[in-house]
Design a protein around this ligand. Structure first.
Ligand code: 13P
Length: 256
């Protein structure tokens, strides 16, 4: 059976100035050691304005923490006021880019089609997309969670194939669990993450086994171990708990 390295990603959302970022990265690094990094790939996604500072600390101190961004535009450059191009991120040593977070879909009107464009632009720039999918509470109550998630995956990954598909990360984040303190039970999260993998298999055959699937939604040091015990959950996309270096380090060290 294929082994997939665990992946814990902190999505800081619109929090932390560049100065606070420097302190947070340093504090996190004091709490993690070589053994932790060998078991888990640790990624932080601070706001755009913090990326350069985070990169500098990571490179100067030779840290194994990896850098991700929370959003991107799909154009290479041009008259797109306020947007950030993929190459601008890759030049800052950004390796991961979150695409299609539910906050971007719900508040900023992103659609499966724009998410798909972003995902392909991230891959073309040599970075790894973290495609976010997940149902609303109403969809869950109407028994539409599975079909909603399957269609977000099929449309988000449209036109992506082979190695690109295999290296993509997919985060299942039920919208009702984000920032609410309501986590999906580990059984529910596990079976939705299995659905994610089988859906990828249906669009890309072998890729399903290598794609890493994350769970997101009120992940904290108290619930991470139960989630990570599920066969199809390879890691977590962590919001609130990633803002405190102590709690994020405890999530990373989920087996302790
Ligand atoms: P919380 O962990 O704060 O629920 O946020 C989850 C999330 O949206 C991560 O992308």
């Amino acid at each position: 059976m294929m082994t997939r390295k665990s992946l814990i990603v902190g999505n800081w959302k619109m929090n932390s100035s560049h100065l606070e970022t420097i302190q947070m990265v340093q504090k996190l690094s004091y709490r993690l050691d070589v053994g932790d990094y060998s078991r888990v790939e640790v990624v932080i996604c601070p706001p755009f304005t913090s990326l350069r500072s985070a990169q500098t600390v990571i490179e100067t101190d030779h840290l194994s923490i990896r850098l991700g961004a929370q959003n991107v535009d799909w154009h290479d450059n041009g008259a797109f006021t306020g947007e950030i191009a993929p190459s601008m991120l890759s030049k800052l040593s950004v390796r991961y880019v979150i695409v299609g977070h539910s906050e971007r879909r719900q508040i900023f009107g992103e659609t499966d089609e724009t998410v798909n464009r972003k995902l392909k632009a991230v891959l073309a720039a040599g970075m790894t997309p973290i495609l976010c999918v997940g149902e609303t509470e109403q969809e869950r109550d109407a028994d539409q969670a599975e079909s909603r998630v399957a269609s977000q995956i099929a449309e988000g990954l449209a036109g992506v194939s082979g190695d690109h598909l295999a290296s993509t990360v997919i985060a299942y984040e039920p919208i009702w669990a984000i920032g609410t303190g309501k986590t999906a039970s580990s059984d529910d999260a596990g079976s939705m993450c299995t659905l994610v993998r089988t859906t990828v298999e249906s669009v890309g055959h072998a890729a399903g086994e290598s794609v890493r699937v994350l769970y997101g939604g009120s992940v904290n040091p108290g619930n991470i171990a139960g989630l990570m015990a599920k066969r199809d959950i390879d890691g977590a996309l962590v919001g609130g708990a990633s803002l405190d270096p102590d709690s994020f380090a405890s999530v990373v060290r989920f087996w302790v």
